[in-house]
Design a protein around this ligand. Structure first.
Ligand code: NDP
Length: 345
């Protein structure tokens, strides 16, 4: 069957495309430029005509995905800006929301063969800033981020700007679906991952080209240019994470499993603090990153294992068969053992 993947050159999407191709799907990926298409065509040349690209230079343009959706059986919409340096929050919100409603609109008009659409949302649209440990679930919505951006505009915090863009985009997707579900042959699944880490196989020739989550990890654990105490995964807060390969697998299961229809699903392997990655990295011999034999030490063993934002990922187990290991097993740098495994494995 044929799957359209938007933003196919992204950190998460390249893994998704790779896994789809390995499982025998035919994939059409959208990218913004010929140069990005060229990288992917080369990466996936072993799959011959099972992989093709379409240039969608502006996902906010009316009808941007009209041609791309034609003849597809399913759509995976991953394209959305993910960075923490927007001045005007609309830099994030407009492409996040219009990209999402635009691809749904194109599927409504030209996606007669589409049976399912999966959207990559985020725990950003679920979590709220909290000062005491809280476990969030699919019932939670990040209304405060939307409010902060409405009230403060450019002066809102950078995380709030990104989180508002993801919350508004996901809300717009569900609103669109609710309004049009009687007229469309497809249903909707939304996946909500927290921090996504793991190997980068997209076009990254220098560390500055890393995606936002991988760059945070690299700058904290490897180069030390980022404060290990600060931010979501910092030792003051703690957060959750998922391996990019497992998230790709979840995106495929979200296409295949009937019972995923019309669900938003948290995809998370478990909690982390950057200090824990540092402790694991430093316990490995030889160094897991040979080009950086001396990794950051931080304050070894200092983490209190208290994480302010936890996620209830039980629905991903029930609906998609994704299960994480026992406490602690989900932290590490190499080896299958650390992965958020699937029941079949
Ligand atoms: P990347 O930045 O690696 O990929 C983002 C993709 O979206 C790229 O293809 C990018 O194209 C495209 N894109 C970004 N902005 C625009 C825009 N204005 N117009 C058109 N296309 C755009 O990020 P990730 O792979 O990490 O993220 C993919 C998805 O996963 C996003 O929806 C993100 O919100 C979500 N997510 C990511 C998490 C993470 O920790 N990485 C956590 C939770 C959710 P281009 O290369 O041309 O800029």
């Amino acid at each position: 069957s044929k799957v359209l993947v938007s933003g196919a050159n992204g950190f998460i999407a390249v893994w998704l495309v790779r896994l789809l191709l390995e499982k025998g799907f035919i994939v059409r990926g959208t990218v913004r430029s010929e140069e990005k298409a060229k990288f992917l065509k080369n990466l996936f040349k072993g799959h011959g005509d099972k992989f093709e690209t379409v240039i969608v230079s502006d996902i906010t343009a009316d009808g941007a995905f009209d041609e791309a959706v034609k003849g597809m059986d399913a759509i995976e919409h991953t394209a959305s800006p993910f960075h923490f340096h927007a001045d005007d929050p609309q830099e994030l919100i407009i492409p996040a929301v219009k990209g999402t409603t635009g691809i749904l609109e194109s599927a409504l008009k030209h996606g007669q063969s589409v049976k399912r659409i999966v959207i990559t949302s985020s725990t950003a649209s679920i979590v709220r800033v909290t000062t005491s440990p809280t476990t969030f679930s699919e019932n939670d919505w990040n209304e405060p981020a939307i409010k902060e951006v409405e009230e403060k505009g450019r002066n809102a915090s950078n995380p709030a700007k990104y989180r508002a863009s993801k919350t508004l985009a996901e809300k717009a997707a569900w609103d669109f679906y609710t309004k049009n579900k009687s007229q469309v042959p497809w249903d909707l699944v939304v996946l909500n991952p927290p921090y996504v880490f793991g190997p980068s196989i997209q076009d990254v020739s220098t560390p500055s080209a890393l995606g936002t989550s991988a760059a945070d990890w690299y700058e904290t654990v490897v180069t030390g240019s980022r404060d290990p105490e600060a931010g979501g995964g910092g030792s003051k807060a703690g957060s959750e994470w998922v391996d990019v390969r497992d998230l790709a697998e979840a995106h495929i299961r979200a296409l295949q499993r009937e019972e995923a229809a019309n669900e938003r699903i948290i995809i998370s392997a478990g909690p982390f603090k950057y200090q824990e990655w540092m402790d694991v990295a430093n316990s490995l011999n030889p160094s897991p990153i040979p080009s950086h034999p001396s990794l950051q030490k931080g304050n070894p063993g200092s983490t209190d294992k208290v994480y302010l934002s936890r996620y209830d990922a039980s629905k991903s187990g029930r609906v998609l068969g994704m299960v994480s290991g026992p406490e602690g097993e989900s932290l590490g740098l190499t080896g299958e053992k650390i992965r958020y495994r699937t029941k079949e494995e």
